[in-house]
Design a protein around this ligand. Sequence first.
Ligand code: NI
Ligand code: MN
Length: 237
Amino acid sequence: MVLLPKVIFYGHACFEIRGIGGNILIDPFLCGNPLAKIKPNEITEIDAILLTHGHEDHVGDTIEIARNNSAMIIAPFELARYMDMQGLKTHPMHIGGSHDFKWGRLKLTQALHGSAIITDDTIIYTGNPCGFLIEIDGIVVYHAGDTGLFADMKVFNELLHGKVIDLALLPIGDNFVMGPEDAAIAVQWLKPKAVIPMHFNTFEAIRQDPLRFQKIAEEKTDSTVIIMEPGETIEIE
Ligand code: NI
Ligand code: MN
């Protein structure tokens, strides 16, 4: 029996990937997400929480879930240090760096965006935002984080030493991140086997029709677009 890594979508940019060596959770924004189907205390068996940047719709319920699961937080250095100061276990990284964890290998990529933790009257900048190239159980998953389109995506496959991106998780919401047209160009450049659109419809400002993205991307490329509903699970191969 071949065990394939499972990918669970919890809405917005939040995904859980369950592999043989461990389970990781990315950008766990649940309580503030009107579309989320699950509460932070229902998330279990997480080894690491990966954060792309400090914005509330990505950091979300990280502190609660990290404490409940004794999970390590992996994030760009400044954001990791912030989480350290909250008394959490962290592993700081930065853009261009890779590291082998027990669940797989992670490389931080650039993202064109901002990164800050904002309270009522303070902005704490948390360094550069990032994306993730994740190698888990022989599969490569690219989580773009929040980003605009950037042409370095054309060479991402050269960073994988012969492997290819099996699954790309790309924002399509526009306004703060790529819209459907730019995301379709990203698909053209990244050449993933499959794409899951994310970061849309959570709020009015990022309302998009994922079927329109699917049509544009599938016309332009050989990649398959998989539209996931919050709470859905798929297996990747
Ligand atoms: Ni953001
Ligand atoms: Mn965001």
